[in-house]
Design a protein around this ligand. Structure first.
Ligand SMILES: NC(=O)c1ccc[n+]([C@@H]2O[C@H](COP(=O)([O-])OP(=O)(O)OC[C@H]3O[C@@H](n4cnc5c(N)ncnc54)[C@H](O)[C@@H]3O)[C@@H](O)[C@H]2O)c1
Length: 317
């Protein structure tokens, strides 16, 4: 039985049905502190900062794999570092301890480019590099990767983690991260409203589309244990763009779309992150690859958000 923590968030909302489709609805349990419609898949309320609750759930449902998504992301974490510490640090420790105690077979954790910092090289950053993050989010996520590796080497618990760049998607809107603009911008474009971007126009960041992000996480989960060398902290990425490059590409499709720039604290966070990643360890060890380039992502986002908002899609423009 697979348990997903933080299942009501941007990624969990899509990962849960993806896992259910692949492994059967009856074999997946969604959990979070807030409930969202899971389309008939079992949901339980589970606070990862509460060790007893985790123990009870893991035992009761005979959990043998955990996708540990619960967390407080970069922007929200800078507003409330104590909460980020409690959920990300204590929550991950609790999950790993419970997994060890109840002999869970695998724990998969999505990490982030937030583990990097200003001393990290800016371009084609390899998975093993300088990781001196300057956000509480980054501090807790690099700790989660290191704890994962520690639990593997010390206790034989099969923990695997990859580092997502910003994730672009249309189902659940992100609200807590630094890369959220790359989703928000599409809603404004489709509604033909002017978008106020909180990142500088030339702030390049690595990104990836949700279908590729889901496939990557599940491919890592399924990868042959003996083939994994790095095991924790695989960089994965699809492309890099700046807000102004993304804007130009959307404007090619929606000519009346306008943007203005007003940087806030999130631009300072983004300035400490790399512009592009090298994901060769993920490709070499477990076959990571992407299907969506930036143009395909943009077309798909505009189509789906137009449909979601009941506005005619790009072909009708
Ligand atoms: N979305 C991205 O761009 C991105 C990029 C890199 C890594 N990640 C990682 O992916 C994971 C999921 O991210 P997301 O984008 O879905 O985030 P999100 O903020 O959309 O969702 C996080 C979820 O965690 C839940 N949560 C918060 N506190 C909790 C607690 N105490 N117990 C249980 N659940 C709790 C929230 O209710 C929320 O539903 C995180 O670990 C994040 O670090 C996300």
């Amino acid at each position: 039985m697979i348990l997903v923590t933080g299942s009501s968030g941007q990624i969990g909302t899509e990962l849960v049905p993806y896992l259910a489709e692949k492994y059967g609805k009856k074999n997946v349990i969604a959990s979070d502190i807030v409930q969202r419609d899971t389309g008939g898949i079992k949901f339980i309320t589970l606070d990862v900062s509460n060790r007893d609750e985790i123990d009870r759930a893991v035992e009761k449902y005979s959990i043998d794999a955990i996708f540990h998504l619960a967390g407080i992301l970069s922007a929200k974490g800078e507003k409330d570092p104590a909460l980020a510490y409690k959920v990300n640090m204590n929550g991950t420790y609790n999950i790993l301890e419970a997994a060890k105690q109840h002999r869970v077979e695998k724990v998969v954790i999505p990490s982030t480019i937030g583990v990097f910092g200003p001393e990290t090289p800016k371009n084609k950053v390899p998975s093993i590099t300088i990781t001196r993050p300057r956000t509480m989010y980054g501090v807790t996520k690099i700790a989660a990767e290191l704890l994962g590796q520690y639990y593997y080497e010390k206790f034989g618990l099969d923990v695997r983690s990859l580092r997502y760049p910003g994730i672009i998607s249309y189902k659940a809107e992100p609200t807590a991260g630094t890369t959220d603009y790359a989703v928000e911008i599409f809603y404004y474009a489709v509604k033909r409203e002017k978008y106020k971007c909180y990142l500088a126009p030339n702030r390049a960041l690595p990104m990836m589309y949700m279908p590729d992000a889901l496939k990557a996480l599940v491919d890592l989960y399924e990868a042959d244990r003996d083939k994994l060398v790095l095991r924790n902290g695989y960089n994965v990425t699809a492309y890099t763009f700046t807000p102004s490059e993304l804007y130009s590409k959307i404007k090619e499709r929606i000519p009346e779309f306008e943007i203005e720039y007003k940087e806030d604290f999130r631009d300072k966070i983004a300035a400490t992150w790399p512009e592009s990643l090298d994901s060769s360890e993920a490709s070499n060890e477990w076959g990571f690859s992407i299907e969506y380039d930036l143009d395909r992502t943009i077309d798909d986002m505009i189509d789906h958000i137009s449909e979601k908002l009941g506005i005619e899609g790009k072909h009708a423009l």
